[in-house]
Structure formats: C-alpha cells, structure tokens
Design a protein around this ligand. Structure first.
Ligand code: DCT
Ligand code: MG
Length: 399
C-alpha cells in the first residue's frame, strides 16, 4: 500500500480526514503517528480566527513592517509579515516566548527576531524606525485619503509634497472626483464606523431596496458580517431573485438615495460580468459585478444612541463610506464568500483551492480543473464542501 500521499500530507500539515487517519493506523500499525489535531494550518481557511486577538502587540508591529514593504514594492516580504500576523491572530492565547512558536507555520527568522525583541524590550526598534521615517509617515498620510493609492502617494511624495495643504495648494495637481470627496469628508471617513452606525446605514439601504423591489435581497457583508465592532466602511450585497434585474436595481437604489439627499459621493461601476465567457475568465482579485462606492450622509437621529461626535463637532450628521455589490442571484454564494473576507482568508481560500484541489475560486465561480467543469453552489457551505474544507463561520474568518 502506497501511503506516501498520507505521510506527505501529514508532513506538510495538509488535512487528512480523521477516519482515514484511523483506518491507516489500524491496518498499518507502523504508520506515523497522527499529527496533533490542533496543529495550526498554513492556510487561513483552515483556521478559526475570531475578532479576539491575543497577540496584538506582535500583529500591530507586523502590520507596520508589511505596510512598509508594500510602500517599497517588496511584495514577498509584505505578504510574509501579513501571513505571520494572520497565524498569530488565530491563536487562543498570547505567545509568551519565541520557543512557543516553533510548530507554527509562516513564521520565519525575521518575524521571530521581531517577536523576540518585543518580548524582551516591549517594542521593536525596526518598527519604531519605520514609524519615525518621514517618507513612511507621508505615504501613510496620503494613502489614508479615499481614492489615493500607494502609486499616487509616492508621486506626490517625490514632488516634495509632505502635507494635505501642500497637495491642495499645488496648482499642477488635478484631483479626481473620488479624491476631491476624500479630502472634503476626510475627518469623517478616516474615523471608524461603529456597529450602531453600520446598523443605521443598513436600515437606510434596506428601505431604499424594498421600496424599489419588495422581494429584493439585502445582506450585510465585509468586516461587520465577521462581527467586527468597527470598520472603515459598510459593505452590502444587493440583489433580486429575478436574474438580470440586479443591475437596474442598483441604479434605482442610487437614484432613490440621491433624491433623499443622502448621497455625498457615488461611483457606479456597471457590470462587466459575462457568464458565457466564464471558462476563459482569468481568476482575478476584483470581480466583474455591478457595484458602487458611496459616501452616505448619516443623521444622528438615525443611529441608536446617536452619533459619537468628535471634539468640537456640532454637526448632527456624519459621512460614511458604503460599498454595494450586485451579483446575479445564481452567483450569490460566491459573492458572499468573497466579500465577507477577510482579505487573508480570501487569499488562502483561493490558494488552497489551486494548490490542494486543482480548482480555481473567485467571486464569480469555482472551477474544477481536473473535471473541467464549474461547480454550482447556492450557499457558502456548498463551496466549502466542494473544496473539502470544514465550514468556517463568518465570525471565524478574521484571519
Ligand atoms: N475583498 C477582496 N479583495 C479585494 C478587496 C476586498 O477579497 N481586493 C474582500 C475582502 C473584504 C471585503 O471584500 C470588503 O472589503 P473591505 O471593506 O476593504 O474589508 P473589510 O474586511 O470589510 O474591512 P473594514 O472593516 O476595514 O471595512
Ligand atoms: Mg468593509
């Protein structure tokens, strides 16, 4: 009996069904001992990660390093630190010594050295150096504006601009519509959205959607679906059971909100999804569904407990970033799984599908390369089943 697939799986930390493990141990007593059941997988989609992070002191430091590598276009190292942070976030307790991490995946020499420093001195000197670096500070400031990515931030920095007033006073800089709104509402949209505010936004969208189509479907997604208490925006899926009607629904929702005077900014992107082209689709990060990026005006009276005002702010409203995505109903499960996140969870779902199952997964579909066919799904659970993964609840996907 060739059991190399089994021993290889065990060595690489791949899941082996418990029944299979027992079966093999029964028929081959000399078979290697099963790995401890609680061995941490290298794939975020095989870990349960709640919002409770016992290792924030390390993961905050890793995030600074990752972002710095991102600013310097060093993708591999950036990802390495994000992966390491993600693994630590899944642990049920705080790491007390570096030796305790020896069986954990995704932790390399560099990450361990940073952890050692933090354990010894309570801080990382490398992280502090980055935080005090002018270029890094400036890029962080610029990319905190809605519509400004790392490339634009870098361009502005190279031109000698260091502050918002530098940017706004520079006559040769033409801000696009999104960036203009980003600056206009900067104070509000750089402030986290609370659960109560997300709930209030949900009520507004819910009313709009159902006035237009009584049997419309509205679902919260993104970080708030994962149980986060705060987010940078509120994400929703908006669709209808009538295939093909979802695109006009989204346009009608935008119109309705506009007429109510609630829209401070709208960027509507029409669908470029073409089901007949699915087999030749590249499996890419952003999906092709109709969607819109909004800035909504939220009144204090609409929020349970009222708005949390920042000091010196006498307004009775705030601006909130809202994303709506509108897939055709038969793509609902894939969209919900993709938009629920977290980013690391999504990334590893796709990596797991590709490397462990020879399947391609994205927000539109799941393709089995061996069988050369698309696998259908009406729920997220169907997709986990196709992938041979244990179901992970949304609140356990905070990888
Ligand atoms: N997403 C993704 N790939 C992208 C962008 C987004 O898979 N390139 C998914 C992951 C999360 C979801 O879409 C919503 O995106 P965000 O709102 O940016 O993330 P979030 O988890 O909701 O975080 P926050 O709470 O800060 O809004
Ligand atoms: Mg979000």
């Amino acid at each position: 009996v060739d059991i190399s697939w089994f021993t290889d799986s065990m060595r690489e930390g791949r899941p082996v069904a418990v029944e299979t493990r027992h079966l093999i141990q029964d028929i081959l007593p000399e078979a290697p001992k099963a790995a401890p059941v609680n061995k941490v997988s290298q794939y975020a989609c095989q870990r349960r990660t709640t919002t409770e992070n016992y290792n924030k002191i390390f993961t905050d430091a890793f995030e600074v390093l990752a972002e710095n590598y991102e600013f310097n276009d060093i993708e591999g190292r950036c990802l390495a630190f994000r992966r390491a942070a993600s693994v630590l976030k899944s642990l049920p307790s705080a790491v007390q010594c570096v030796e305790a991490t020896q069986d954990l995946p995704c932790l390399g020499e560099h990450t361990k050295a940073v952890m050692k420093e933090i354990l010894q001195y309570g801080r990382s000197f490398e992280v502090e150096k980055i935080l005090s670096d002018l270029r890094c500070q400036t890029l962080k400031l610029f990319t905190s504006v809605f519509g400004v990515g790392p490339k634009t931030a870098e361009k502005w920095y190279r031109r000698g601009l260091r502050s918002f007033s530098d940017v706004l006073a520079e006559p040769s800089i033409h801000l696009n519509r999104m960036q203009q709104s980003g600056f206009l509402h900067y104070g509000d949209i750089s402030r986290a959205v609370s659960k109560a505010e997300a709930q209030a936004v949900g009520n507004i969208i819910d009313e709009a959607v159902h006035v237009i189509t009584p049997n419309a479907i509205l679902a919260l997604t993104g970080g708030f679906r994962r149980g986060k208490d705060f987010g940078h925006d509120v994400d929703f899926i908006v669709t209808t059971p009538e295939l093909g009607q979802e695109e006009s629904l989204l346009i009608d929702v935008i119109d309705y909100l506009k007429k109510q005077g609630l829209l401070l900014f709208t960027d509507h992107q029409a669908s470029t999804f073409d089901i007949s082209k699915l087999p030749s689709h590249k499996f890419e990060a952003m999906d092709h569904f109709a969607k819109c990026f909004l800035i909504l005006r939220l009144e204090s009276s609409q929020v349970e407990g009222g708005l949390q005002r920042s000091e010196g702010d006498s307004r009775n409203w705030r601006a909130v970033r809202v994303d709506l995505v509108s897939p055709p109903m038969d793509r609902y499960a894939f969209t919900q799984l993709g938009w629920t996140g977290s980013r690391m969870f999504e990334r590893d779902l796709r990596r797991f599908a590709r490397l462990e199952r020879q399947m391609l997964l994205d927000n539109h579909a799941l393709y089995d390369k061996t069988k050369k066919e698309f696998l259908t799904a009406t729920t997220e659970k169907d997709i986990f089943d196709h992938l041979g993964l244990e179901y992970i609840e949304p609140w356990q996907r905070n990888a």
